[in-house]
Design a protein around this ligand. Structure first.
Ligand code: AMP
Length: 186
């Protein structure tokens, strides 16, 4: 049986998992974590509720820790795009839980809330940003946010984002992130 400690994750992340009470990785976690830690791009297919958030979040937290770059001004190091406010909120909460001991800043922005508040909270940048595509582009169009700091791009529920008509938004976003970023599709 695979254990989290066999997958190459750092001590702070293993400790956070211990606090969460997870005993062993789910299949998508066991398969996705090693290649993501190596910096490879990944297309992961798994149903909701199978632990896919941790499958991309845990190794990404370690990649961010290893690279040790500064939090970029008005930008982020990891961008996670999600189709709905609910999902974005859940992913941001997971990022906070798993990243608690790694000292990474996490923010989320979604439509239907105050844009001004989002502008203010992102002014100094963040390590991890979870966003719905429309709100992200609003901030970019207002010159309140840039994507040139992105090291890891995650598209979660990518199929649902396409069903919801986000294709043009996703194309624009993919043109604005650096070419050498790591890309994870779920
Ligand atoms: P997700 O598919 O990412 O939405 O995760 C579904 C649920 O499973 C969430 O409540 C997670 O906290 C939980 N979870 C994720 N990974 C594990 C694991 N390895 N062991 C136990 N629970 C987990």
């Amino acid at each position: 049986m695979t254990k989290f400690s066999d997958l190459g994750l750092s001590q702070p992340v293993l400790q956070a998992l211990d606090l969460k009470g997870y005993d062993e990785p789910t299949p998508i976690q066991a398969q996705a974590i090693p290649p993501v830690l190596e910096g490879r791009d990944l297309l992961g297919i798994a149903q909701t509720g199978t632990g896919k958030t941790a499958a991309f979040m845990l190794p990404s937290i370690d990649r961010l820790r290893d690279a040790d770059n500064q939090t970029p001004f008005k930008s982020c190091r990891m961008l996670v795009l999600a189709p709905t406010r609910e999902l974005a909120g859940q992913i941001a909460q997971s990022a906070k839980d798993y990243g608690a001991l790694a000292g990474l800043k996490v923010h989320s922005i979604v439509g239907g809330t105050s844009v001004n508040k989002d502008r203010n909270k992102l002014h100094r940048g963040t390590d991890i940003l979870v966003a719905t595509p429309g709100r992200l582009l609003d901030l970019i169009d207002q010159k309140a946010f840039r994507l040139d700091g992105v090291e890891i791009l995650v598209l979660d529920e990518a199929d649902q984002m396409l069903d919801l008509g986000f294709i043009h938004a996703l194309r624009r976003i993919s043109e604005l992130v650096p070419d050498d970023r790591q890309t994870l599709f779920f």
